[in-house]
Design a protein around this ligand. Structure first.
Ligand code: ADP
Ligand code: ZN
Length: 735
């Protein structure tokens, strides 16, 4: 069969669960359309970008109605075979349209069909020059003829066309479309081996053992939990293993949950590995992101560190995957293609046949269970590295104590001691803004968001009330017509208010606030980290941005200002998340020689969770929590999926989900439980009413089949046009 006649299957970048068949652009098109090649295709009345999945079964009569690909964008596949395989796996597991999965994988410009070879040398060669009537072409398209003449002499690069005083790129595109010239890109030359600029620290016995286990696992898939208490030196273990990976001329992928964590880590990696380190996170411009992506693909980045989406970056000769702070919920994408980067990292390692290490001080219950089942090997760093010791954790029973702006006397006293010794204090409160609730002194009304079932949060600095769920803003005067001259009374505390209190209590000291509001400026993070490092900051106040993973050697006191607000949530994961948060925040104290102390302010010092964490530690907590999950038949013991729907009316969301549930129930799937539909914990958000259906099953396969059934059945539910709905496999947030 001649190659020209092959039709291809294309995943179009659109939220559709179908793929489409197209004919090659021209009968004479010479390039083989390999999977992963980007193409421009006619789609309805528009033109879209898509990715070739492979040849499609071609039957002559069907072909008559097929449309042609408009343009083949790549001369070689932008998405290589490894990542194509990963994408297909993900689309299947998360039951998400393959076109959207592939689109998610690419940096914006590549997704939009821009040429990938920004830094590559492109070379054009003539294809059919001998059969071609150059004079005829010169008559019809003189510019194309001039360009072709130049290429006919020898393969040409951009510089060769510069003398031409017209838009030669356009002419080239014309020639490429006619199949008269062919483009080829040269990979740039390989990076020289990385230079070690800093002498590595001498690993202690536990670190050495852990690193050796990883190194001995090279060359095939295996998964490890590196369970190291906070400050135990996990990063040094990763670096020791990566050293050996580089020796084999292979590369490493290191995922971290949050952009703010890339800061310190990248400094440490660069110090050790120099320019072989690349970083990807949401703070980059499209252009920067594309450049890093290309450097990775071309083998010039040997160690890629990044947040969630870095998972999808091509790396030549991958040798190891590291997921730091594996317990962190930020690895889960919460909208669109709802994948978990930690779980997908396992799949990537498996497909690439390389070891993966999940590092944390507070393993997720999913990971704990995988260790128990023997699926992951267990590596432990039970003690802090160097001379540091784990801090003492204590509760401050604030019942009846005098409080000023959220701080009890006992906490203030402890801060004072640190100030006198020139040590730093870190205070944690999980709420940004000035106050989470504001009351009008005139009418007693509480400011609510008009579009959500949520209270407006007072942001004093910006002089507005902001809804943290939909972003709606109200100027203070607008909250109620009666209140023009009224005073607003703040209820509860946020970071801004604690900062204000600290400035009043310690006017000569430096207070730094770290939350999403104060970190909006691009260089803010760098500046504040530098100030923390050189000791010019005395007290740090922040949200969970501050709680995770950082290594601040001068902090000796950690204060958790308000543990109570999180003790009584109904989400089945709430306790696990709170336990992790407390241990992680506590872990910021006493990371160098000076011993650390952690004080938790609470009205419930006897609460079982606090008692357990303080008395017995995280492992005992996890054991007990796992037992509870088992008896309640909840993840990680059973697989779960959540179907969410939202609509302008509560009825519409509910009816749609009820119809879906019925379609599945009538099929009588064995081993499947369907709960709901029930309204979401915050039913109204951004003007839409939300409901959800929870599915659990006795086995993964049962769940997958049920979700598939449900997605297929949705086609027959007429109300589907009235709702926005989504499927979430392994949901993190089930409220
Ligand atoms: P973790 O990620 O486990 O919380 P880090 O990797 O941030 O811990 O290490 C905590 C601190 O201990 C860092 O300042 C690091 O430089 C230091 N450290 C790590 N390993 C050693 C070692 N073997 N000897 C001395 N100091 C070490
Ligand atoms: Zn709102």
């Amino acid at each position: 069969m001649s190659r020209e006649l092959l039709t291809v299957e294309v995943a179009v970048f659109a939220p559709l669960r179908k793929t489409f068949h197209y004919l090659p652009p021209a009968a004479s098109h010479s390039a083989v359309l390999e999977p992963g090649t980007r193409v421009r295709v006619p789609f309805g009345r528009t033109v879209r970008i898509g990715v070739v999945l492979g040849p499609a079964p071609s039957d002559a009569s069907a072909k008559l109605s097929l449309k042609k690909i408009i343009e083949v964008i790549d001369s070689s596949p932008t998405i290589g075979p490894e990542l194509m395989r990963l994408a297909l796996w993900a689309a299947d597991y998360y039951q998400h349209p393959i076109g959207e999965v592939l689109a998610t994988m690419l940096p914006g410009p590549l997704r939009n069909g821009r040429a990938p070879g920004v830094r590559q040398t492109i070379e054009w060669t003539a294809t059919h020059s001998n059969e071609l009537d150059l004079t005829a072409l010169a008559r019809k398209a003189p510019r194309q003829a001039a360009v072709l003449k130049r290429i006919g002499e020898s393969p040409a690069v951009a510089a060769d066309f510069e003398p031409l005083d017209f838009d030669w790129r356009r002419a080239l595109r014309g020639l490429e479309k006619k199949g008269l010239v062919h483009r080829r890109s040269h990979p740039p030359s390989m990076m020289p081996a990385p230079v070690h600029t800093a002498a590595p620290v001498a690993l202690n016995a536990a670190q050495t053992k852990a690193a050796q286990s990883l190194i001995s696992a090279f060359g095939s898939f295996s998964a490890y939990l590196l369970h190291g208490v906070t400050g135990s030196g996990k990063t040094e273990v990763y670096m020791a293993a990566i050293d050996k990976v580089l020796e084999r001329n292979m590369s490493a992928l290191l995922l971290v949950p949050e952009i703010i964590l890339t800061q310190q880590m990248v400094a440490r990696l660069k110090q050790h590995f120099g320019d072989a380190v690349g970083v990807l996170h949401s703070g980059l411009t499209d252009r920067e992101r594309t450049q890093v992506w290309l450097r990775c693909r071309d083998g010039r980045v040997k160690i890629l560190m990044g947040t969630r989406s870095a998972l999808w970056t091509p790396l030549s000769r991958l040798g190891i995957v590291v997921v730091d702070e594996e317990h962190d919920g930020s690895f889960k994408q919460q909208e669109g293609f709802r994948y978990n980067a930690r779980d997908m990292a396992i799949v990537r390692a498996q497909q690439a046949a390389v070891p993966i290490v999940l590092g944390t001080a507070t393993p997720s219950l999913e990971t704990y269970l995988n260790v128990k089942k023997g699926k992951y090997a267990y590596l432990s760093l039970p003690e802090r590295a160097g001379a540091a010791r784990l801090p003492k954790i204590r509760c401050i029973d604030v019942r009846g104590l005098p409080m000023a702006g959220g701080l009890s006397d006992r906490l203030t006293c402890a801060i004072n001691k640190r100030l006198a010794r020139n040590e730093q204090t870190l205070l944690f409160i999980n709420r940004r803004g000035f106050a989470p609730v504001v009351l009008c002194h005139q009418c007693g009304g509480i400011a609510m968001c008009s579009r959500c079932d949520a209270k407006m949060v007072w942001h004093k600095e910006r002089r507005v009330l902001i809804c943290h769920h939909c972003g709606e803003q109200q100027r203070i005067q607008q909250i109620a017509p009666c209140c023009e001259k009224s005073k607003l009374i703040p209820l509860g505390f946020g970071t801004e208010q604690v900062e204000e209190t600290l400035n009043k209590l310690f006017p000569s000291k430096n207070v730094a606030r770290i939350d999403r509001d104060s970190m909006r400026r691009k260089s803010a993070m760098e500046d504040v980290f530098a100030a923390i490092g050189d000791g010019s900051v005395d007290i740090l106040i922040g949200t969970q941005m501050l709680a995770k993973g950082h290594d601040f050697s001068r902090v000796t006191l950690v204060g958790i200002i308000d543990a109570d607000s999180q003790l009584f949530s109904t989400d089945f994961r709430a306790e696990e998340k709170l336990a992790q948060l407390i241990i992680q925040v506590a872990g910021r104290a006493g990371r160098a020689e000076a011993p650390g102390e952690v004080l938790i302010q609470t009205h419930h010092p006897g609460h079982e969770l606090l008692q357990m964490l303080i008395g017995a530690g995280y492992d005992s907590f996890a054991e007990r929590a796992l037992e509870e999950r088992r008896s309640a038949a909840l993840p990680p013991y059973v697989p779960m999926a959540l179907v969410r729907a939202e609509a302008p009316s509560s009825q519409a969301s509910n009816d749609f989900l009820a119809a879906l549930a019925n379609k599945v129930k009538v099929r009588g799937v064995r081993g499947l439980e369907i709960l709901g539909p029930v309204p979401a914990a915050m039913e109204k958000r951004a003007g839409r009413y939300r409901a959800q259906l929870m599915l659990t099953a006795t086995a993964r396969g049962v769940l997958a089949a049920a979700v598939k059934l449900l997605i297929d059945a949705s086609e027959d539910v007429p109300a589907r046009h009235k709702v926005r709905w989504s499927v979430d496999i392994d949901p993190q947030d089930t409220m």
